[in-house]
Design a protein around this ligand. Structure first.
Ligand SMILES: Cc1ncc(COP(=O)(O)O)c(C=O)c1O
Length: 400
């Protein structure tokens, strides 16, 4: 009898070959819009130059000199690492200033910064410890893991379907004791489908049953709403959402995540969220970089440049005959068959465009796709190259 692990078996089950391909792409691709030289002097993997249409650095701020300087200043004045949990000695003025700015951008009383969006989701859902979490079926893995970590029961409702949410709440209310605490959790922008949750209808359902509502704005922060506060802000729902999650790692060009909400929520989380309490504080350079990126996002019309690019790409791809899902800056180009999607991604790379294939189980069988994520810094030439590549590669693979 053996109680050991067979990791080869597990790797096979996980489609390890395909994950390896992702890593190979990631090795040669930075967060920047384009890359021409490898800093180590080795030739880049995809020819002389490739343009990246696959990064969540949506505003193109990760290589903005102002953001880089802020990170440098953060490192010089405060240090490269926080050195300890914020509750021990890791709390600095940079963290506090960032949290004030984030709260203001969200129209919330206060914010709390975690070392990642993943940590923010896990720590918050676990700490709130509701009896039941009602969760959209396409919520991000960090929300799902937050539900798994805690003792809460999870009820999954159909994607973006507030009627199904309401029906499931109604059923639960009929069966369960009246003093149960409920938390409804949804992404605002869904990262694989590029669509937006029906937040107003979700707020109505949530209010009707006196439940709390948490919205993950990882892909909306810095892009939607007057001060980049996200879809909640754009739709005027800030007062009806109890917990707003954002990340610093996407449009804000840094690393980290945060929760915005009222004083009591934040005071509770900083005492009870284990991923905050028992983890080293966000690094000062990351905090400083995110603060500068937030300032630029709020004070310039950088997002408008992104929306113009999105409109041109969506229109161009649809005119060619591709099915493009969603209604946001994330453009999932559906191919269907996973082999075709992989081949199309390879051909796009041959034509100088980096955009990965997203395959089952990440997305449902038969809906393999290329996830195109433009950045505000893409030029007209970049966009033309992307569209040309999709036309040529699509014909070569036979999906057009
Ligand atoms: C919807 C959503 N929430 C949370 C996260 C986690 O954020 P982070 O990358 O900062 O850990 C992600 C990351 O991809 C995400 O897409």
């Amino acid at each position: 009898m053996t109680h050991g692990f067979d990791l080869n078996d597990r790797l096979e089950q996980r489609d390890a070959q395909n994950l390896r391909r992702h890593l190979e792409v990631a090795e040669s691709v930075s967060a920047r819009t384009r890359f021409a030289d490898d800093p180590k002097g080795e030739p880049p993997a995809f020819g002389d130059e490739a343009v990246v249409f696959a990064s969540n650095n949506y505003l193109g701020l990760a290589d903005d000199s102002r953001v880089q300087r802020a990170a440098e200043l953060g490192a010089r004045t405060v240090g490269t690492g926080a050195g300890a949990s914020r509750l021990v000695t890791g709390d600095t003025q940079v963290h506090r200033a960032l949290e004030r700015d984030l709260a203001a951008s969200k129209g919330a009383e206060r914010a709390l910064v975690f070392s990642s969006g993943y940590a923010a989701n896990i720590g918050t859902i676990d700490a709130l410890a509701p009896d039941v979490v009602f969760s959209d079926e396409l919520n991000h893995a960090s929300i799902i893991d937050g539900c798994r970590v805690g003792a809460s029961e999870t009820v999954v409702y159909d994607h973006c379907d507030a009627d199904d949410l309401r029906a499931k709440m109604e059923r639960r209310a009929a069966d369960a004791p009246g003093d149960e605490q409920w938390l409804v959790v949804t992404d605002s922008v869904f990262s694989m489908d590029g669509d937006i949750a029906a937040l107003s209808a979700i707020c109505d359902a949530t209010d009707e049953y006196g439940a709390s509502l948490m919205v993950d704005e990882a892909h909306a922060t810095g892009l939607f709403g007057d001060s980049g506060g996200g879809v909640v802000q754009r739709e005027g729902l800030s007062d009806r959402v109890d917990v707003q999650l954002g990340t610093l790692s996407k449009a804000l060009a840094s690393q980290g995540g945060y929760i915005a909400g009222d004083e009591t929520l934040i005071e509770y989380l900083l005492n009870a969220a284990r991923s905050f309490v028992f983890s080293t504080g966000l690094s000062p350079p990351n905090a400083a970089a995110a603060r500068e990126a937030l300032r630029i996002a709020r004070e310039t019309d950088r997002a408008t440049e992104l929306w113009d690019t999105v409109a041109t790409l969506r229109d161009g791809l649809e005119t060619m005959g591709y099915e493009v899902l969603g209604e946001t800056h994330i453009l999932p180009v559906v191919v269907g068959d996973r082999g075709d999607a992989l081949e199309l991604a390879d051909r796009l790379r041959d034509h100088g465009i980096v955009a990965p294939a997203i395959r089952p189980p990440t997305v449902p069988e038969g809906t393999a796709r290329i996830r195109v994520a433009p950045m505000a810094t893409h030029t007209a030439d970049d966009i033309a190259q992307c569209l040309d590549a999709f036309r040529t590669a699509g014909t070569e693979v036979g999906v057009l």
